[in-house]
Design a protein around this ligand. Structure first.
Ligand SMILES: Cc1cc2nc3c(=O)[nH]c(=O)nc-3n(C[C@H](O)[C@H](O)[C@H](O)COP(=O)(O)O)c2cc1C
Length: 196
């Protein structure tokens, strides 16, 4: 199974750490993994020029998302992690999602049945993690992917962390967060295996 992990944080702190933990967990279970972070990446906004729809040759922009597009097409499963910003995903991650219009315009079924799961890291205990997870699940649904949460009694919509605004150190202490991540990863792997 080929898994792409994505971090929507502009730094290498809590989200970077938990997404990489997830990838290591999956690597130990015979998955091939790749990682893409928006950290220091040149990612231009979608400008709604409709080049992608007219030409069906991908996006008009030539920037650091080229690498992400290739990894996304390669993957059977995707894990997107985001810090919570203003009660939702980061602007960088939203731009990355908008720019996926280009790959789907070229081939409308290209993401069909890829499995997706989500991780949200907030500075507050209830800072909007679940709303951020829903935004990521909506992205999967819109693009005909299969959204996977963590199941009831512990992880529900996916994995949520409380960093207390202390980056990697903060999430390291969040026992509930790790429990929700492990539960979510089990569901994610189960789903991937059952549709293989
Ligand atoms: C612009 C901005 C907005 C934020 N908004 C929220 C918020 O609405 N809710 C919350 O819980 N934390 C919020 N935070 C805190 C981050 O989500 C938190 O520090 C998180 O752990 C950062 O993840 P990172 O270490 O992976 O970058 C915000 C941080 C920034 C910079």
């Amino acid at each position: 199974m080929r898994i792409l992990g994505v971090s929507g944080s502009p730094r290498l702190q809590a989200t970077h750490y938990v997404v990489n933990y997830a990838l290591d967990y999956l690597k130990e279970r015979d998955c091939e993994v790749k990682y893409f972070s928006v950290f220091r990446k040149d990612i231009k906004f979608c400008i709604h020029c409709d080049y992608c729809v007219r030409k069906r040759e991908g996006c008009i922009h030539r920037d650091d998302l080229g690498e992400f597009y290739e990894d996304l097409l390669w993957a059977d499963g995707v894990i997107i992690g985001t810090p919570v910003y203003q009660g939702n995903i980061t602007g960088q991650l939203k731009t990355l999602m908008d720019r996926c219009r280009a790959v789907v315009a070229r081939d409308p079924k290209v993401l069909k049945n890829k499995v997706g799961t989500a991780i949200a890291v907030g500075g507050d205990r209830n800072g909007g993690q679940e709303i951020a997870l829903r935004t990521i699940h909506d992205f999967y649904t819109i693009n005909e992917m299969i959204p996977v949460g963590g199941g009831s009694f512990g992880a529900n919509l996916g994995s949520t962390f409380w960093s207390k605004d202390r980056g990697r150190e903060g999430v390291e202490e969040d026992e509930e967060g790790w429990r929700s991540l492990r539960k979510t990863l089990k569901r994610f792997l189960d789903t991937l295996e059952s549709i293989r």
